[in-house]
Design a binder for this molecule. Structure first.
Ligand code: ADP
Ligand code: ZN
Length: 822
């Protein structure tokens, strides 16, 4: 009998998911010696095609042979424990089916490089290679030696060295044993930035009596007393205490502290800053919740009794974070895991620091700017039960076991949507699905909820809780509109700045306060055009104007990265060329010309490319080492600083001119959010919006802080034009190197779709940017009623028509991209 049971439970064949964009799983036979190691969710090394080897994931186990023909065998098993659980597989399967992509694409997106071992992977020696060497076997040792000599190796190099093809297991083992790291192509510049902190030396550190005696009797010099007092206040928070913070709080010069260090009362040490950023030194965030916060918490609690999703609509500065914290505490206390989602990686540092005060090591960050090593570590810790993760959308893929709470902060933010490549998923929506799989509670928060979420809440599908006052009775910022046309008529513009903005800037600086300037364009200038003819400098690969980046003195395409040198004369008529339009670099420059003494930092994609850079810029701003932060959308989101008095929006018009049904919603969100950065802690803030279209209705809503008025008008528009949330959309993009072929393909696709879907199909249309990276583009939109079975049929139909079209010999180079809920 036992024998029989054993043979029944023994895996004979497995289904393996490979990291390739084909829609099916692949079957392999399990050789006898590997049978005991097979589990769902472990990785195996398998042959594929004539000569390829992949590491794939076991997603199914057959206890009988179901294939008539002999199967290829698994070559090796890479893990002892599963790296994902069945819940993750189900989540991936949902995502592949909902967003019309393949499981291989999801796998690519989900796993950090160190777990993918794909053919592009290179490894390099880790800093601990010497310590790891005694634990290596012969083959591993050969590779470790080669790594030390050559610096880095590709998988093919390793094959050459070992003289065999099958090397994934060796590589995996080198990674596990800490001898090697995955080489990061783009992120090599990262060095951990440290700042100087101080702490009490012994015996004062552990003996409070000794410290009191020191303070009350031994130290007499007032400066030194101030330092001691300031330190003990700051140390209350339990976080490292920065040297500068102590000096600032004590309001003394360096010498008092130097003396104390010399006399062995303090020691100084260096501390990595990404862990602390600006909150490091700030006053202890009072642990008391306001009445409004307490009421909101009770209401959320009541809503969660009936509903699994609650939307917290709280104005900017209403203290939503402290409410999240209460819920996170609860979930952690009951042994659950928590996922805290943020739209923007650049924000994690600041929030992490805030949450760390409460949760210490229980909270860890996870996002794509971390290196693969860190990501694999976090990945494994989550699989083992790590309590709290804060991260951008990719954190959804972590191997949670017992997720009890998902917080989705700034739920309205467009950055939750992955635009390219597949899976083109909406992080918020996917989080809702994931949460429901775990029966977790989901708390959505925003000052400007998406129309989707707010309408769900209004219909009672989500709970809705509102906070209408800022924390600490702080006033909402005053918002002024400045009519640029009027200003120009009166000749009161100075460069990009209207008189009211300049005056406000002057006052802000005089009061030693700070300002944020927002302009939604990168670089210096988005066009280079001829003064005489209609020439503008364009990308050679895209139908896009080149942006001038002054820092690097180049013209660059922000779509494909193509760069070229700045030219002075028009290639057509030899006339002089001039730069037109305004990007963040220009805002920075022009402001500096007017105010030569102020310190300006730029906060955009370009200035934060290296890991740690964003945290650094924000920390300098928090410590008032800079006066003005000039940036793109990145400055509009969730930043919380004490000394911002003024927010200036240089050009609001562009926000309203996007050819997108969400343009008005985005504009309202961005303007409200960026204004909301003004006037925290202390005094009322001021936001100045410069526009040449001051009559547009959303400005009135922004000025009056009236979300509901905005919502009512906008939702009526959506209804009138049958847009989401009343319908669902699929955007189909046809791309082809030949313009005619792109157009033909789109025509064929649209007409076939129209046959079965009728007037749900709109287009094809030529988009505003009709060529990118040498591919011509046509788009089609499908507008569908919100009916699950109809939507599923439409997707199936679409996929089948697409594959017919792509299989036609003439369309070999055609790409058809499907974007669900664009
Ligand atoms: P929101 O996310 O709603 O815009 P925040 O959570 O950033 O608001 O809070 C705004 C400010 O109020 C922050 O500086 C925060 O430290 C402070 N704050 C909020 N709640 C409390 C509290 N209970 N005690 C002390 N400070 C608080
Ligand atoms: Zn380009």
């Amino acid at each position: 009998m036992p024998l029989l049971i054993e043979s029944q439970n023994t895996p004979i064949e497995v289904e393996v998911l490979l990291p390739i964009p084909l829609p099916q799983y692949f079957s392999y036979a399990v050789p006898a010696d590997l049978k005991s190691k097979i589990q769902i969710g472990i990785r195996v090394e398998v042959p594929f095609g004539k000569s390829k080897l992949y590491s794939g994931l076991v997603v199914g186990i057959n206890q009988q042979s179901v294939h008539a023909h002999p199967l290829k065998e698994i070559l090796s098993v890479l893990d002892d424990k599963p790296i994902i659980y069945p819940t993750q597989l189900k989540f991936w399967e949902w995502m592949a089916s909902y967003y019309c992509c393949t499981m291989g694409e999801i796998m690519q997106a989900a796993l950090p490089a160190g777990l993918k071992l794909d053919s592009e992977l290179r490894i390099q020696p880790s800093p601990n290679i010497e310590e790891a060497i005694p634990h290596l076997d012969d083959q591993e040792y050969m590779i470790a030696e080669a790594l030390q000599i050559q610096g880095s190796l590709s998988l093919d190099d390793i094959r050459d060295i070992l003289g065999k093809k099958q090397i994934h297991k060796v590589v995996q083992s080198l990674l596990y044993k800490g001898a090697a790291w995955v080489e990061e192509k783009l992120k090599t510049k990262y060095t951990v930035k440290k700042i100087l902190c101080i702490q009490l030396a012994e015996p004062y550190k552990s003996d409070s009596k000794a410290f009191e005696k020191l303070l009350n009797h031994d130290i007499k010099q007032p400066g030194q007393v101030h330092v001691l007092l300031a330190y003990s206040m700051l140390a209350l928070g339990g976080m490292p205490v920065g040297k500068q913070a102590v000096l600032q709080k004590a309001d003394v010069g360096e010498s008092a502290l130097k003396t104390l260090i010399k006399h062995g009362i303090f020691v100084s040490y260096k501390q990595e800053i990404s862990r602390l950023t600006q909150r490091l030194h700030s006053e202890d965030e009072a642990h008391l919740l306001s009445q409004a916060q307490v009421a909101a918490i009770e209401e959320i609690e009541a809503q969660f009794e009936e509903k699994s999703i609650v939307l917290l609509h709280g104005v900017t500065g209403s203290g939503k974070t402290n409410i999240y914290i209460e819920y996170i505490k609860k979930a952690v206390k009951s042994g659950g895991q928590v996922l805290f989602l943020l739209p923007e990686i650049a924000l994690t540092g600041q929030l992490l620091a805030r949450l760390e005060r409460w949760f210490g090591q229980k909270i860890q960050p996870y996002h794509s700017k971390m290196n693969s090593q860190e990501r694999v570590e976090i990945w494994n810790s989550v699989a083992e039960g790590q309590s709290i993760i804060i991260g951008a959308r990719s954190a959804l893929f972590l191997p949670f076991k017992n997720l009890q709470l998902i917080v989705i902060d700034e739920e309205h933010d467009a950055s939750y949507k992955q635009k390219d490549p597949n899976p083109r998923y909406q992080g918020r929506d996917a989080a809702l699905y994931l949460g429901q799989m775990f029966q977790a509670k989901i708390l959505l928060g925003s000052a400007t909820p998406s129309l989707e979420s707010y309408s769900q809440a209004k219909q009672g599908k989500y709970g809705l809780v509102s906070l209408t006052q800022r924390f600490g009775d702080l006033a909402m910022p005053e918002i002024q509109l400045v009519d640029l046309v009027e200003q120009q008529k009166q000749r009161s513009m100075k460069s990009l700045f209207s008189l009211p903005l300049l005056n406000a800037m002057q006052e802000t600086i005089a009061q030693n306060k700070q300002a944020i300037l927002f302009q939604n364009r990168r670089g210096y200038s988005p066009y280079l055009g001829c003064k005489l003819c209609d020439y503008t400098a364009k990308c050679i690969h895209c139908d896009v104007n080149l942006t001038y980046f002054k820092g690097k003195r180049i013209l660059k395409c922000t779509y494909c990265g193509y760069q070229t040198k700045l030219i002075e004369n028009c290639p057509d008529c030899n006339g002089l060329l001039e730069l037109k339009g305004t990007g963040t670099e220009k805002v920075e420059d022009e402001l500096q010309l007017i105010f030569p003494d102020i310190r300006i930092a730029r906060f955009d994609q370009d200035s934060t490319r290296n890991k740690g850079a964003a945290d650094q810029i924000l920390e300098d701003f928090a410590e008032q080492k800079t006066d003005v932060l000039a940036g793109t959308q990145m400055v509009t989101k969730g930043l919380d600083f004490e000394h911002i008095r003024l927010v200036g929006i240089i050009q609001a018009d562009a926000l309203l001119q996007y050819p997108d049904f969400r343009a008005a919603e985005r504009a309202f969100q961005i303007l409200t959010q960026v204004s909301g950065r003004a006037g925290r802690k202390g005094s009322q803030g001021l936001a100045i919006i410069q526009t040449s279209m001051p009559k547009i209705a959303i400005f009135a809503d922004v000025i009056n802080h009236d979300y509901l008025s905005f919502y009512d008008r906008e939702i009526a528009e959506r209804k009138r034009f049958n847009y989401p949330p009343f319908t669902r959309l699929i955007e189909i993009t046809c791309k082809h190197p030949l313009e005619n072929s792109a157009a033909d393909a789109a025509e064929i696709l649209a007409s076939r779709l129209k046959k079965s879907l009728g007037n749900r199909v709109l287009g094809p249309a030529i988009p505003g940017i009709s060529r990118v990276q040498n591919l011509h583009i046509r788009t089609i939109i499908i507008k569908m009623e919100r009916n699950q079975s109809v939507i599923e049929k439409i997707k199936a139909e679409l996929l089948s028509i697409r594959s017919q079209l792509q299989n036609a010999p003439a369309m070999r180079k055609l790409k058809v991209v499907l974007d669900i809920d664009p």
